[in-house]
Structures are given as structure tokens and as C-alpha cells.
Design a protein around this ligand. Structure first.
Ligand SMILES: [Zn+2]
Ligand SMILES: [Zn+2]
Length: 232
């Protein structure tokens, strides 16, 4: 606990709390900037990237190994600074502001009832990166959102057993190979017949989320959807 206080103090010195959009002090995302956030429309199919209602994977694009649907809350260009601070500047507190954007998106699009039956699972980090960063940004989002929406949350059922290069540093053709077989579900019984909502901060090609979906479905999950802040 004491260590945590010192860490927070140091973080305040290095990253004084200010709105990551307009620089107003003392809050990570001020009310005015929050109200200007535009939700992503239309949602797109994760496979062909063409518009699709509520991000559902088109029946023609659906295979057993891909997500059944993917929801992206906001627009990347607008959220870029906030997501970047969250991910690379190690400011875990930003997660609450970002979670609120995702909850707002869910409520505005009347997806709350649909998602009630889903079990939320964050995209895991490899333990080496977790140690370096100190927190898993997807886990913070998943925890906050599932608490507010009152849905089930499962941690540690999906594991990253390979420390892969960050997808953002690779070109499209290398992303799929980079992430292949990076995840495992050590106790398949824990996800059997569940509908799962995978939570991540951003998705680029969707390879990471699809790879997670494949592993969860092989372990017996019924449907697997994704929810991200934005398409990167
Ligand atoms: Zn602001
Ligand atoms: Zn499609």
C-alpha cells in the first residue's frame, strides 16, 4: 500500500493530472471534452471491414475461428491521446474515464440488455509486460465496466503464453503470425457454453481478438464478441 502511495506521488510529479484533450488541470478527461466524444458509426464487420449492424460478423464472413461481432466505442483520432497515455505512460487512473466512454457507448446504443448474458474477459498481457507496466489496461477496463453493468467477469482463464511484439509495430502481414498460438485457456471447463465479451483498448487488424476467440471457442465457449475503445 505504502509503495502504491509513493508510486502515485511520483506519477503526479511526472504526469501532472490534466485533461488529456484540452490540458485543463486536475482531471484526465474534463466534462466538456467528454461530452464531445463521438461514438463510432457505422460499426464494421471484423472480417471484411464493411459496415454491419452493431458490428455483427456477416453470416458470409463468419467462421468458427473468428469473433461473432465486434463493438468499437469511439473514433481513434479523437481518443488517440488518451489511449496513448493509458497504455504507454502507465497512468492506470485513466482507465475510469475510458471505461465511462465504453459504458456510455453501450447505453446509447441500447446494447446493455444484450450484453447482460455475457461474461467479460480482458485480453491478457504476458507476465513480462505486466511486470513492466504494472497493470493490464484491458483488465482495468473490464473490471470497471462489468462492475457498472453488473455482468460476470472472469480473470485468468485466458493466458498469454508468449510475449509477442506489440501489434502496432508490425505491418499487416506480420500481425497474424505474430499473435498465432500466443494464447491458451488452461481450464476449458471454465468457459464452456458461455457467451464471452473480450475487452481490449484498441484493435488494429482484429488478429489478437480473433486469436483469443479461436482459443475460447476451442475451449467450448458459445459466442465470442469483442469490445474495444477504437479501431487503431
Ligand atoms: Zn478537456
Ligand atoms: Zn463481413
Amino acid at each position: 500500500m505504502f509503495e502504491q502511495t509513493i508510486k502515485n506521488y511520483l506519477l503526479d510529479l511526472v504526469f501532472p493530472k490534466k485533461c488529456l484533450v484540452c490540458n485543463q488541470f486536475d482531471i484526465w478527461l474534463c466534462k466538456s471534452c467528454q461530452s464531445q466524444i463521438i461514438f463510432e458509426t457505422p460499426q464494421i464487420c471484423i472480417v471484411c471491414k464493411q459496415p454491419s449492424v452493431n458490428g455483427q460478423t456477416h453470416p458470409n464472413c463468419q467462421t468458427r475461428n473468428v469473433l461473432d461481432g465486434m463493438l468499437a466505442a469511439g473514433k481513434f483520432h479523437q481518443l488517440q491521446n488518451i489511449i496513448h497515455s493509458f497504455k504507454y505512460e502507465l497512468v492506470s487512473e485513466v482507465s475510469i474515464q475510458l471505461s465511462k466512454i465504453m459504458i456510455n457507448f453501450i447505453e446509447t446504443n441500447q446494447l446493455k440488455d444484450y450484453l447482460k448474458s455475457f461474461t467479460f474477459i480482458p485480453v491478457p498481457l504476458h507476465r513480462t509486460r505486466l511486470r513492466y507496466r504494472g497493470f493490464n489496461q484491458s483488465e482495468l477496463l473490464a473490471k470497471y465496466i462489468s462492475e457498472k453493468l453488473n455482468t460476470q467477469l472472469l480473470l485468468n482463464v485466458l493466458k498469454r503464453n508468449r510475449n509477442t511484439s506489440p501489434q502496432i509495430l508490425l505491418d499487416k502481414s506480420h500481425r497474424k503470425n505474430n499473435i498465432q498460438n500466443a494464447f491458451v485457456c488452461p481450464s476449458p471447463g471454465s468457459v464452456k457454453n458461455l457467451n464471452i465479451l473480450l475487452i481490449d483498448d484498441i484493435t488494429t487488424t482484429g488478429s489478437t481478438l480473433n486469436e483469443c476467440a479461436k482459443v475460447l471457442k476451442q475451449a467450448g465457449a458459445q459466442k465470442v464478441w469483442g469490445l474495444v475503445l477504437a479501431h487503431g
